[in-house]
Design a protein around this ligand. Structure first.
Ligand SMILES: C[S@@+](CC[C@H](N)C(=O)[O-])C[C@H]1O[C@@H](n2cnc3c(N)ncnc32)[C@H](O)[C@@H]1O
Length: 237
């Protein structure tokens, strides 16, 4: 199916809009990751590639002494994030910026990056940049990895990824981080993520959107389910 870049972006936006987090992440996992961050008593937290800023809002809600900054290149997502922060009464402790995460600088003692390592050229670049930003503190990273050897279709679709959660952890350690917690999304988190994303695409209500949703369902079922994993690391330095 040949789609223009604009049309494709519209379909991806509809998929993302149906989700709370644009990653295979349950509400429980988000809460657990923030509880891990809490141990390090961060005062200023940045979420790089924050999308509509839901995780940043949750951090501000659960870590009441912290200020939070969300950064994303998607101006529409940042506009929505700002509106939602004000509506939740969190406007004074959250700032959202339209900026390239790869070059963003600021004074923080904790950082998060979920599903946006491509902004840094991949996970090695991400961990290195996080080390530049956080001299002493913690980071939460959610990112892809291969659970089993990818076929050429998967490699072309998702690019070069580390093998296993351990492979991602090794990249964090190589950048000077100590891995204090490591896990991966459950099959239920993955299936819920994919089903919800596809339901968002279908909500557009056109034949083209339905066809795109069906194609994605097939690809997930036949190509990358149980091949592509999503890892969760909490790292400190
Ligand atoms: C898969 S989404 C994840 C969003 C969010 N972290 C979440 O979990 O809901 C990836 C996000 O990275 C953002 N992004 C991509 N390249 C970026 C860059 N260079 N700088 C900042 N954000 C970027 C996209 O706009 C998108 O919102």
């Amino acid at each position: 199916m040949e789609l223009s870049a604009d049309r494709r972006a519209q379909l991806f936006d509809a998929g993302a809009s149906a989700l709370r987090f644009n990653a295979p992440m349950s509400d429980d996992r988000a809460a657990q990751l923030i509880d891990e961050l809490r141990r390090h008593e961060p005062r200023a937290v940045v979420d790089l590639g924050c999308g509509r800023g839901e995780l940043a809002r949750l951090v501000a809600t659960r870590l009441t002494n912290a200020t939070v900054i969300g950064v994303d290149t998607d101006a529409a997502a940042i506009t929505a994030a700002r509106r939602l922060a004000v509506a939740s009464g969190l406007g004074r402790r959250i700032q959202y910026e339209v900026a390239d995460a790869a070059t963003w600088t600021g004074s923080v003692d904790a950082a998060m990056c979920v599903g946006a390592s491509h902004a840094f050229g991949g996970p090695a670049g991400l961990f290195s940049r996080l080390a530049d930003l956080v001299s002493t503190g913690a980071a939460v990273v959610g990112d892809g990895f291969w659970e089993t050897d990818p076929d050429p279709w998967c490699s072309a679709a998702f690019g070069e990824l580390p093998r296993g959660v351990d492979g991602l952890a090794a990249l964090a350690e190589a950048a000077g981080w100590a891995v204090v917690a490591a896990d991966q999304s459950t099959q239920d988190e993955w299936d819920t993520f994919e089903e919800t994303w596809v339901s968002g695409v279908r909500s557009i209500g056109t034949a083209a959107a339905d066809a795109f949703a069906e194609q994605r369902e097939r690809q997930y079922r036949d190509r990358y389910r149980t091949v592509l994993g999503f890892a969760w690391l909490v790292v400190t330095r």
